[in-house]
Write a protein that binds this ligand. Sequence first.
Ligand code: ADP
Length: 289
Amino acid sequence: MPHKKYTKPQKNLFSLEKLNQLQQQHIENIQKVTQTIETLYILNTQIIEENINLRTQLHLQDQYISNVSHELNTPLTSMMIYAEMLEQHLNKISSSPYLEMSKRLNIQLNRLCHLIQNMLDVTRIDKDQLLLILSTFNLNQLIKEKLADQTHITQNHQFILELDDDINVIADKERMGQVIANLLSNAIKYSPLGGKITISTKNQHTDIKVSICDQGIGIPKDALNKIFERFYRVDYQQTKNFPGMGINLFICKSIITMHKGTLFVENKEEGGSKFSFILPINNTEKLIT
Ligand code: ADP
């Protein structure tokens, strides 16, 4: 019987070819992955570089704002002194037609001074250079003083005080006054049709809550968290253009945070917004540390 010639099974031959193919494919895949990793690496390096450039630009921008504010502050201070002297002098000449002009000049110079001081505060906050000068004082009294400063600028608004008893705090009086004045002037500015503005204080035993509630335009939902950011302003193109620089709330928030308190906002269902801050009562130790 003739010997049957041995032939390798076809299956194995095919497997070897397939194996080579797979190996080739595998090498190609590895090459692709390596290329992708290289591309990602290059992109990452570019992003890091852009990030550094952006930070440098922001730093330069901050430095520029700081320099400009300082440069403007010096001549402005002299102008305010001269304008004040001029007004005092014209006041003595009772019939001077220039007295009214001089008063307006002083009002505008004070506004300019307020703007520049705010810019300087922003740079102080950025550099951690805003200092608190602590004293004990009655917060209700301070609210009444700040309200008296604002009431003359509007006839459309009705102010309602709901003040709790004995609201004494240990805080920086000047800075707390700044917070109250800013929140009040915003409540007036952003309720252009007038309405009630309610200011309330509440002694909650361990802390004090102060709220300023208006019946104004309110704040779009998506902007509620952003309005405390530096330079953030809601875009009111479709409604009215409100003047401002978008730094008041940033300053207010920083001051309250420095007092270990919290500042927050909520929209009222019936319209308008309510800004509140909470200050811990016995916070001297916390503030010193
Ligand atoms: P500015 O008023 O100069 O824009 P702020 O920091 O005081 O800067 O306020 C930031 C933004 O918050 C404002 O642009 C405004 O859109 C919104 N906002 C502040 N207060 C009120 C308020 N009482 N009612 C409605 N919107 C407000």
